[in-house]
Ligand binder design. Structure first.
Ligand code: CAA
Length: 386
């Protein structure tokens, strides 16, 4: 294997150090409070602030804009560690990093980068990504929110749905039609501050899992956005949205890895101590095979996710790799959570067992940032391209 290629999976000493630091942080600051806070649906504001102090809220943004300048592999390793402790926290982190900081860094001009990235990095501002609408989910290009230019500002009108961080965020990257007659070729991206007149929070979702991550409806009613807050080129917003999701999907794959690893660790520990028929569960082949399958499945998804991260780090196209990693890792996390609960038996179905929360949290990973069906569509389209 050639050194430095996407298939070179050796970790650098810096990547190892980041993994150790984040694991220690998760052990001391996250694990002791995660179950209780998640049960109460409490948004982890003070922990998000600490994540920012650790440099994880703008992990791969260069230091000149307040970020940590991490490589993409370090970022996914850190995200997996956070997710293994608390999936709710990991989605808050990945949305801020991949869906907000990244497009502002990649497509923003100097003034936008300087104005927003340091605040997103320090935790002063939390970001959200507002694409989905009541009638456009998988068919993201069918969105209806409009942005009409009036003098030196745009007036935004429409509703965004299922927006992660929506209630807590101080800033949203919002996609809206600037040329409705052109359909998805007439979408633009806007950086919209929560304080802009006409920006309202609608209903908050009551979800199966990720109970401490907030998911909100955003309402724009003649919302006034200064013209200088267009992100990138007017009418190129759909491409910004989709290429942003390429990076986001690597993040969700990492989140799924973290959930799966936690399931495997829980099941392994339980199997070694729980006795039935005068033997530990781990002495039964049926249980051994489940653990073996979980490990193989996890490692395969991890390699694919790291490969996608390495390609992204090198600036190579990642649409295909990101969709494959997201599809495999999210489906793997669901299989793994199922098996972990099977190892626990009835205990796993109670709130006392960590696998109960992991099982619920795994479920979203095949749904958001594109369902598994959308990932298969993207993969097939990439395969069949001439
Ligand atoms: N990067 C850049 N450009 C891209 C692209 C990519 N990955 N994929 C496509 N494009 C370009 C195409 O080349 C095309 O350009 P031209 O018009 O110049 O030819 C343009 O974008 C439109 O592409 P398509 O015609 O292929 O678009 P489509 O309407 O068929 O949709 C889709 C493609 C893959 C189905 C897309 O709509 C999609 O990904 N849907 C899922 C939406 C989604 O993932 N939503 C997640 C919401 S956010 C979220 O979940 C966050 C959270 O809560 C954590």
């Amino acid at each position: 294997m050639k050194e430095g290629t996407p298939m070179d999976f050796r970790q650098t000493s810096e990547q190892q150090m980041i993994a150790d630091t984040v694991r220690q942080f998760a052990k001391n600051e996250i694990r002791p409070v995660a179950s209780q806070m998640d049960r109460e649906g409490e948004f982890p504001r003070s922990i998000v602030k600490k994540l920012a102090e650790l440099g994880l809220m703008a992990a791969f943004i260069p230091p000149e804009y307040g970020g940590s300048g991490m490589d993409m592999v370090s970022y996914v390793i850190a995200l997996e560690e956070i997710a293994s402790a608390w999936a709710s926290l990991s989605v808050i982190m990945t949305v801020n990093n991949s869906l907000v900081c990244e497009p502002i860094y990649r497509f923003g001009n100097g003034a936008q980068r300087k104005s927003y990235l340091p605040r997103l990095a320090s935790g002063e501002l939390l970001g959200c990504y507002a694409l989905t609408e009541p009638e456009s989910g998988s068919d993201a290009g069918a969105l209806k929110t409009t942005a009409v230019k009036k003098g030196d500002r745009y007036l935004l009108n429409g509703t965004k749905l299922f927006i992660t961080n929506g209630n807590e965020a101080g800033l949203a990257v919002v996609y809206a039609l600037t040329a409705p007659e052109k359909g998805k070729k007439g979408i633009s991206a806007f950086i919209v501050e929560k304080t802009f007149p006409g920006f309202f929070i609608g209903k908050l979702e009551d979800k199966l899992g990720l109970r401490s991550s907030d998911t909100a409806e955003l309402l724009f009613q003649d919302c006034e956005v200064p013209a200088e807050n267009v992100l990138g080129t007017e009418n190129e917003g759909f491409k910004i949205a989709l290429s942003t999701l390429d990076g986001g999907r690597i993040g969700i794959a990492s989140q799924a890895l973290g959930i799966a690893r936690a399931c495997l660790e829980e099941a392994r520990a339980y199997a070694r101590t729980r006795k039935q028929f005068n033997q530990t569960l781990s002495s039964f082949e049926a249980i051994q095979w489940m653990l073996a399958d979980m490990k193989v499945d996890y490692d395969a998804a991890r390699w694919m996710t790291l490969k996608a991260a390495r390609k992204k780090e090198k600036g190579l196209p990642v649409t295909l790799d990101a969709a494959m990693a997201k599809m495999l890792a999210s489906e793997m996390a669901n299989r793994t959570a199922y098996k972990a609960m099977q190892v626990f038996g009835g205990y796993g179905y109670t709130k006392e067992a960590a696998v109960e929360r992991l099982y619920r949290d795994a479920r979203i990973t095949t749904l958001y940032e594109g369902t598994s069906e959308i990932q298969r569509l993207v993969i097939a389209r990439e395969l069949l391209k001439s």
